[in-house]
Design a protein around this ligand. Structure first.
Ligand SMILES: Nc1nc2c(c(=O)[nH]1)N[C@H]1C(S)=C(S)[C@@H](COP(=O)(O)OP(=O)(O)OC[C@H]3O[C@@H](n4cnc5c(=O)[nH]c(N)nc54)[C@H](O)[C@@H]3O)O[C@H]1N2
Ligand SMILES: Nc1nc2c(c(=O)[nH]1)N[C@H]1C(S)=C(S)[C@@H](COP(=O)(O)OP(=O)(O)OC[C@H]3O[C@@H](n4cnc5c(=O)[nH]c(N)nc54)[C@H](O)[C@@H]3O)O[C@H]1N2
Ligand SMILES: [Mo]
Length: 691
């Protein structure tokens, strides 16, 4: 429904058409060129007075590839600061560290075509019916046509549960224990694919009891240790279905059933997940554990057998992960690696010494540094952090402090433009040319179709205009008419080589995108499989399937020994409920676009608190009654919803985050996974009172 109505989102009455600059506390309409002059001079002044690491940029998985590329070249190559992050840290960071630790390379091995071959789909805590409805229709099609099974393994009953063959509920965070129990059962029942494990897998253990990143000075480094299969097997003794049933609330029968789906040699299994597994203070671990299951039975990297991490935003993969708009990343590789720095510097035409070898801040840490005053300047593009940051009150207060300067590029007024010192009006995707890259490694090109309103400019051009004003004309000497093509061609050079070659622009213009690695005119559907992936040493398209996990030493993927650990904040006598947050089908994130589409806004006009009917009855709360939710960080009053769209189990409340008038992130906690630095928006403790 969002896609169908999307065009209307261009025409909201209050679309930003001009720049605004704060003068004596008030935002004043200002010519765009003057506003860009001010951004450049303020950025330069901050660097002169406080050093390069006092300026920062916070972007998005909704940035186009060229936006992210020029941001990285400008911040890392020209200015020389690694203060560059993106909202995808709140979204896909645990998926990335999951891939990196298990396989050594980011992004899925399989693709959407796996959906056409799988017999079973296991959803590990994601609500596909509302969040990936188009892909979900492909699953439902398989279910209706040839009886493919859909298992919804989740903490809350949703529309996805209702459309599935089985809905199995578990207690928050205990997916870690259940995944280990599935591995226990696979080994115990002799379902392990012994030759696959012997040939293609190594075993590692890492640090445990890592903490939760709640302190400003928190630091963590994992310490991988090699272990053998016997040690791993001994570790799993703590995860018998009997023991895990007590921790997770999942019946012994259901645990055994889930294990049997993976264990059955005659079924092909696709596992799917999104924010339930990534927004998790052990997010890297749970990604590792689901890979463990697929690796133990050898159901991976072949048609229909696929652990598949779904992406949320249109270009979290294409821009943030591939261009590398994160503090430690470069388009190819990481800032810590000298060879990678040299390679990037050469393509960028900057001295290698410009690129700082030390990462600075991940997103939560960056906003904390803004709060402490170490960062003074932040440019925010295509993201609305004054709704979407966890523990929002602290970070909103940070932006309002004396001598902080915030620039916001958006298309509409939002709670983030409210705190801005400069607002720059942006051209939407349809009003400019660009590229995105989706979940299945597919890069896609789009043309400009209509003119951008007023003085608005694309985010790419805004960044280049500021960079040129700061003296980097040479690095951004692209021609107006061809800048997207020139930028893409330059960017492609970073990914040359069989592991990541990207398709030429002519190809992307002539077909609906192409999956990388794109080698000798062909896209790659299944990585690490010698029959399909040209980067495998023994690549042979006419031979039999074999595997080469070339991202890791000895070409072996990793099975990780990772235990169950509890969430940092669990319900107690003062705060007896879990708070779970997420989305609804009608709205895109903060509603800045979808709430300006009348039909969507009317269908879902405001946020609500979904409460289990038994809890509601105990508190005397009826459907529609106002309730007050309070956590250790904030409080909010909204209407209760009973037996509505979804249903949380007893002891849990669910609130969507699209409503800028009811900011649920004032309650959420800024604890994060120590390995990925992704916050957990799915769990914290609250109390609920009838108003
Ligand atoms: N309509 C619509 N679609 C969207 C978006 C949107 O805003 N609107 N946003 C897009 C984006 S960027 C994203 S990231 C995706 C998000 O897509 P999803 O992840 O599918 O959606 P959410 O509502 O964030 O998360 C809901 C799920 O979290 C699970 N969960 C809660 N706690 C736990 C836990 O401890 N473990 C596990 N394993 N699961 C748990 C619940 O079971 C629930 O199914 O949606 C994308 N699609
Ligand atoms: N409580 C809670 N909080 C969450 C989550 C959760 O599950 N629960 N999920 C997290 C996740 S997974 C994500 S991805 C984030 C999403 O969080 P955000 O990225 O902060 O949310 P969006 O609403 O997508 O913000 C995009 C902004 O860009 C603007 N915009 C649209 N097009 C353009 C353009 O072309 N240029 C510019 N400059 N601006 C444009 C929109 O008007 C909007 O204000 O939220 C995170 N926060
Ligand atoms: Mo996301």
């Amino acid at each position: 429904m969002k896609g169908y109505h999307s065009i209307i989102s261009m025409y909201g009455k209050d679309r930003l058409r001009n720049a605004w600059v704060r003068k004596n506390g008030k935002l004043v309409e200002t010519p765009m060129q003057e506003a860009l002059d001010l951004v450049a001079s303020k950025m330069q002044e901050t660097i002169t007075n406080h050093g390069k690491d006092a300026v920062s940029m916070y972007g998005s998985g909704q940035w186009t590839i060229p936006d992210g590329y020029v941001a990285s070249k400008f911040m890392k190559g020209c200015i020389g600061t690694n203060n560059l992050e993106a909202n995808a840290r709140l979204c896909m960071a645990s998926a990335v560290t999951g891939f990196m630790t298990s396989f050594g390379l980011d992004e899925p091995m399989g693709c959407y075509e796996d959906f056409d071959y799988a017999d079973v789909f296991v959803l590990w805590g994601n609500n596909m019916a509302e969040m990936h409805p188009v892909l979900f229709s492909r699953l439902l099609d398989r279910k209706m046509k040839d009886g493919a099974q859909i298992i919804d393994f989740a903490t809350r009953t949703t529309r996805t549960s209702k459309a599935s063959d089985r809905s199995i509920l578990f207690k928050p965070n205990t997916d870690l224990a259940v995944a280990n129990a599935i591995c226990y059962e696979i080994i115990e029942n002799g379902w392990m694919n012994k030759s696959f494990v012997a040939d293609h897998v190594n075993f590692l253990s890492g640090k445990t009891k890592m903490g939760y990143g709640l302190e400003d000075d928190y630091k963590f480094k994992d310490e991988p240790q090699k272990i053998d299969f016997e040690q791993y097997k001994t570790f799993l003794q703590d995860y018998t279905p009997e023991k895990v049933s007590k921790i997770s609330g999942v019946s012994i029968k259901d645990i055994k059933y889930m294990a049997s789906l993976y264990g059955n040699a005659n079924t092909k299994v696709v596992s799917l997940w999104c924010m339930g597994m990534n927004q998790h203070t052990r997010g890297t671990w749970i990604n590792n554990l689901v890979y463990n299951i697929h690796l133990l039975v050898g159901k991976i990297s072949s048609p229909g057998n696929s652990p598949f991490s779904l992406t949320g935003q249109p270009s979290a993969c294409g821009t943030v992960r591939e261009v590398g708009t994160l503090t430690h990343k470069l388009p190819h590789g990481v800032v810590m690696n000298e060879e990678h720095r040299k390679f990037a510097a050469e393509i960028w035409g900057v001295p290698v010494t410009n690129i700082d070898p030390k990462p600075t801040h991940h997103t939560v840490s960056m906003f904390r540094a803004l709060d402490r005053g170490e960062i003074k300047f932040m440019w925010i593009q295509v993201t609305n952090p004054m709704i979407t940051m966890p523990k929002l009150n602290r970070y909103r207060d940070a932006t309002l402090k004396e001598d902080r300067f915030i620039v916001v590029s958006d298309i509409y007024p939002t709670p983030t433009t409210e705190i801005a010192d400069v607002i720059l009006p942006s051209a939407m995707w349809i009003e400019r040319e660009g590229l995105y890259g989706n979940s299945e490694r597919r890069t896609q090109y789009f043309e400009q179709m209509v003119d951008a309103p007023g003085e608005s400019l694309s985010d790419t051009i805004q960044i280049m205009e500021v960079a040129k004003r700061m003296g980097y004309e040479k690095q951004f000497a692209y021609k107006d008419e061809t800048h997207i093509e020139e930028i893409y061609n330059e960017y492609r050079r970073h990914h040359a080589g069989k592991k990541h070659t990207m398709a030429p622009l002519e190809v992307l213009k002539s077909q609906p995108g192409a999956m990388w690695p794109f080698v000798e005119g062909k896209e790659t559907k299944w990585r690490y499989n010698t029959k399909y992936d040209p980067a495998c040493a023994a690549y042979d398209p006419n031979g039999a399937e074999d595997f080469d996990f070339y991202g890791k030493p000895e070409g072996r993927a990793i099975i990780w020994q990772r235990p169950y650990e509890p969430a940092p904040e669990e319900p107690d006598t003062d705060y007896p409920f879990w708070l779970n947050t997420g989305r609804v089908i009608e709205h895109w994130h903060t509603g800045s676009m979808t709430r300006r589409i009348p039909v969507l806004h009317k269908a879902m006009p405001q946020a609500y608190a979904e409460i289990n009917p038994a809890d509601a009855k105990r508190m005397g709360v009826n459907d529609g009654d106002p309730v007050r939710l309070t956590s250790r960080r904030g409080t909010i009053v909204l209407d209760a919803m009973l037996n509505g769209r979804g249903n949380p189990p007893e002891g849990m409340v669910f609130v969507p985050f699209f409503d800028e008038d009811l900011k649920i992130n004032e309650l959420t906690i800024d604890a994060y996974c120590p390995i990925s630095a992704q916050p957990d928006y799915k769990k914290c403790a609250i109390k609920v009172e009838k108003v």
